[in-house]
Design a protein around this ligand. Structure first.
Ligand code: G6P
Length: 604
């Protein structure tokens, strides 16, 4: 969703701003803009709808500027038009904003009564007028920021620029992250680390209610009483090459191919020869987990699908009962928390608004503990949760999540083994199975040519069905989500046993039905469900390691490597990721940035 990038430097920065905005593209956006100090500190502003290259065409206007704020906007209030594009301007002030101002209608009426004229339909525009209003009263930008923050309800990350304070930027946040980068002759403001790591690895995370004043030489952070506060500078472990394509045509393809190495690294970090290494979820956590009797999982999108697999795994191997909820539902439900219940939030970004507010709710309930499984260090989720597990899968740029999903599953598998210990499951056997995953992934990559051929059979379809049973059902959900997201083909996922309760009515000669059929105790049942499809001449695409006769024209068998049942979900999703990738390529869609979607959904 929206992204913020600001620089105060001793040198001209227009090209750096464009590069930074491009780094924020992965979050999803539909317009972008920049506002910087020009001659006599007057603000020069450029905006464009559509891709960043449209903004680049206007860049000559910013020649020589050294201090500016910039923004990528993902429309929430008001269409993706030029007038709604940030920065928004008042008399002296320019601002960019991420988040949602919940009381903007009241503030708008108030400011209109004070004579302010609104040019956009956004909630964000109230911020610049409010800041300007308070600045006019005090001639002090710090007081203006504090008063503005006190008037705003909702979530925000704001970067502001003022014609009265040359070469200076301001930022404040509540419920939406801001990171400050410390460079040599420049300092940076950003909504995430990706545009900053091109310039510096040193950064400071802002907390809710704080604000900062930056110029090229210094970063000053204040609490809401305008008292300077000292905050630790951290060093990012992200390698800037991780955020580049490295020869792949798309980030999604690169990220699919990173899965083997990530799993291999995680295996060497956390898995011993016969045992999971001690306390991988944090100090003394093995003991804590031993006493858990119930788990509530919460996540959104792909992360939610990972929690569904975890629920199945844990209930299969232990006596622990689990629930898995999408975060946007959990937040509004009455939750009964029994003693010895663990709350687990799962999120790639750690910034998904619904997941964060679910964790905030959970912190007020009587959970034994909260665990966040996340890919981004220093994210809001990891800062709030008492136990954290960082997957370290590297930045995931493609909106369609791939490597985050398999890293989440791997983490949840480790959790399953730890939780199953006291129920007499043989950790040794489970560990042996886990240790096979990375080598098996190599075999899956060899299937890409075959999958490419199959993808042409989906290109002209409008509807598809995905089926699975047991832990393969969440894989069907995730595979359907991948196809929807990037190829815009409608895909529904069902438990294979549910087919005859409705979706079978859709099956005809034209309907592709994809099925995940590992050769296990459920295979016989899934096969009879598939027979129901074949009897109606539906086209089936079966991912399986079971021997199935290939004698029917409408049956396509995609041979999967043999593997223990425990690791099936991690392996079976990978060819499905490749399938949607190749269908999307054939449909010529914007693979990494599908229409209407955002990588980091920071609004509820
Ligand atoms: C967005 C992304 C999905 C992701 C979901 C949850 O919808 O496009 O890929 O699964 O958010 O994101 P999270 O960062 O919390 O895992």
């Amino acid at each position: 969703m929206c992204g913020i990038f600001g620089i105060s430097s001793t040198k001209p920065i227009s090209n750096q701003l464009i590069k930074g905005l491009s780094k924020l593209e992965y979050r999803g956006y539909d317009s972008a803009g920049i506002s910087g100090h020009g001659i006599n500190s007057k603000l020069i502003t450029i905006k464009a709808t559509g891709p960043i290259k449209n903004l680049k065409n206007k860049l000559s206007k910013l020649k020589g500027i050294t201090t500016a704020v910039s923004h990528t906007r993902w429309a929430t209030h008001g269409q993706p038009t030029l007038k709604n594009t940030h920065p928004h301007l008042s008399e002296y002030i320019g601002i960019v904003h991420n988040g949602i101002i919940e009381n903007y209608i009241d503030l708008r009426s108030y400011l209109k009564r004070k004579g302010y004229v609104f040019k956009s339909d956004t909630d964000s525009e109230v911020i610049c007028h409010l800041m300007n209003y308070y600045f006019n009263k005090t001639a002090d930008m710090q007081s203006s920021i504090v008063s503005t923050a006190n008037s705003l309800e909702g979530s925000y990350a704001i970067a502001a620029i003022n014609t009265h304070t040359p070469h200076t930027l301001y930022t404040s946040c509540k419920g939406s992250p801001i990171i400050l980068g410390k460079g040599l002759d420049a300092n940076y403001i950003s909504s995430d680390i990706t545009p900053i790591i091109d310039h510096t690895k040193h950064f400071i995370s802002m907390d809710d209610g704080e604000f900062a004043e930056i110029n090229s030489a210094s970063i000053k952070i204040f609490n809401k009483n305008k008292k300077v506060i000292k905050k630790p500078t951290k060093v990012s472990k992200i390698d800037k090459n991780q955020a580049s394509l490295m020869g792949h045509r798309h980030f999604m393809h690169k990220e699919i191919y990173e899965q083997k190495t990530i799993i291999k690294d995680m295996t060497s970090r956390y898995v011993g020869t016969n045992k999971i290494l001690p306390n991988i979820f944090g100090h003394n956590t093995d003991k804590l987990l031993e006493n858990i009797e119930h788990i509530h999982f919460v996540g959104c999108g792909t992360s939610y699908h990972a929690s569904l697999v975890a629920k199945d795994w844990i209930e299969q191997f232990s006596k622990i009962t689990c629930t898995a909820e999408v975060a946007s539902e959990y937040k509004y439900k009455k939750i009964n928390v029994l003693p010895k219940t663990l709350f687990v939030s799962i999120s790639q970004s750690g910034e998904t608004a619904d997941t964060i507010s679910s964790l905030k709710k959970a912190l007020k309930l009587r959970y034994t503990n909260t665990l966040a499984i996340c890919n981004v260090a220093e994210s809001t989720l990891t800062r709030l949760s008492s136990m954290n597990f960082l997957m370290n899968a590297g930045p995931e740029i493609s909106v369609a999540s791939t490597k985050a999903f398999t890293s989440q599953l791997f983490t949840l598998l480790l959790l399953t083994v730890i939780l199953s210990r006291k129920y007499g499951k043989t950790e040794k056997k489970m560990v042996q199975d886990i240790r096979q995953i990375d080598k098996k992934i190599d075999e899956l990559y060899k299937m890409e040519d075959e999958i490419k051929k199959i993808s042409s059979k989906f290109k002209n379809k409008e509807h598809t069905l995905f089926l699975g049973k047991g832990t393969s059902y969440p894989i069907a959900l995730e595979a359907a989500l991948k196809l929807k997201e990037i190829s815009y083909i409608h895909a529904s996922a069902y438990h294979s046993g549910e087919l005859k309760h409705g979706p079978l009515a859709l099956v005809d000669k034209k309907m592709p039905v994809v099925c995940f059929l590992p050769d296990n105790h459920l295979a016989r049942l899934v096969l009879s469900n598939l027979a129901e499809v074949e009897a109606r001449q539906g086209q089936t695409f079966i991912f399986t390691n079971k021997k199935i006769a290939r004698n029917k024209k409408q049956v396509e068998v995609i041979k999967m490597p043999d593997c223990p049942d425990l690791i099936v979900p991690i392996l079976y999703i990978i060819p499905a990721q490749l399938l949607s990738y190749h269908v999307a390529l054939k449909k010529n869609t914007d693979v990494d940035k599908p229409r209407n979607l955002a990588k980091s959904v920071t609004v509820e």
